[in-house]
Ligand binder design. Structure first.
Ligand SMILES: NC(=O)c1ccc[n+]([C@@H]2O[C@H](COP(=O)([O-])OP(=O)(O)OC[C@H]3O[C@@H](n4cnc5c(N)ncnc54)[C@H](O)[C@@H]3O)[C@@H](O)[C@H]2O)c1
Length: 254
């Protein structure tokens, strides 16, 4: 089925991570040109894209979304090559290095880092790619989390940032609608990625209880995010903006 992404230019941040990698694969498999952006080494994702026979639709950007200079420089290079960006998927986040911590023990440096990279970084990506997003009447898809809707414990900085992403999505949808840009958020449930597995000793217990609370009792995998993200990046969602879409096998009823 052609979902109208052939030849579209898409930037995916956090492309070296588990979910980002599957999203990149989903886009190239549907004909889009993908710029995979990450601070981390992208060779595993590049190898995956090559294994799909889609290397000609793939390029990378070594970017640190925590640094305004890095975002400006890399987004300039991207726009030198592509005057139109049809979709920006803001998936990058500090997540893997966070450990469940009671709120009174949270390290303030880590708090600032989470806000700087995960909230400000997301804003910077949208700001610096705005000319190309305007030119394409593009689509922004921000990653938030079910945790911001359910209020999970012991990750207060992370959950607070995910709440901020929801506010940013709604505010930007009203501001950027004038340019025909849509801005939506996806909220994954608990996805069984290596980063999730490193959260703490009780991870398997948590996963079991989350899966039992889902309407569909199967663990979420990274590829489960792909369909919704591609839909929000395609013209099939032209009338959808400012929305929050849980993708969690029915964990949260929103
Ligand atoms: N896995 C889950 O259960 C889950 C649940 C809800 C939401 N999410 C969200 O989904 C997204 C992806 O999660 P994941 O499980 O694939 O995590 P992950 O850790 O595998 O991927 C995150 C990626 O972001 C990149 N990144 C971190 N800091 C960066 C920076 N300063 N500049 C550029 N890139 C940077 C990392 O290098 C990594 O490749 C995140 O936004 C996460 O919060 C995940």
């Amino acid at each position: 089925m052609d979902i109208g992404l052939k030849g579209k230019n898409v930037v995916v941040t956090g492309a070296a991570g588990a979910i980002g990698r599957e999203i990149c694969a989903g886009f190239v498999s549907n004909g889009a040109n993908v710029i995979g952006a990450d601070i981390a080494d992208l060779s595993e994702t590049s190898e995956y894209i090559r294994s799909l026979g889609k290397a000609s639709q793939w390029s990378t950007s070594k970017i640190d979304i925590g640094s305004a200079e890095s975002v400006q420089e890399e987004c300039r290079k991207i726009q030198d090559r592509h005057s139109e960006i049809h979709a920006l998927v803001n998936n990058a986040a500090i997540y893997a290095s966070l450990k469940w911590t009671p709120m009174e023990q949270l390290d303030l440096k880590e708090w600032d880092l989470v806000m700087n990279i995960n909230v400000r970084g997301l804003y910077l990506m949208i700001r610096e790619l705005l000319p190309a997003l305007k030119a394409a009447k593009g689509k922004v898809i921000n990653f938030t989390s079910d945790a911001a809707l359910r209020g999970g414990p012991f990750m207060l900085h992370y959950v607070s940032y995910k709440g901020a992403v929801i506010g940013m999505t709604r505010a930007l949808s009203t501001e950027l609608g004038a340019y025909g840009i849509t801005v939506n958020a996806v909220a994954p449930g608990l996805i069984d990625t290596p980063s999730s597995q490193s959260l703490g000793e009780n991870y398997q217990e948590l996963l079991g209880s989350v899966v039992q609370s889902q309407a569909i009792h199967e663990p979420m995998q990274s590829r489960d995010m792909v369909g919704t993200v591609l839909y929000l990046a395609s013209s099939w969602s032209d009338a959808v903006t400012g929305q929050l879409c849980p993708v969690d096998r029915g964990l949260v009823k929103y």
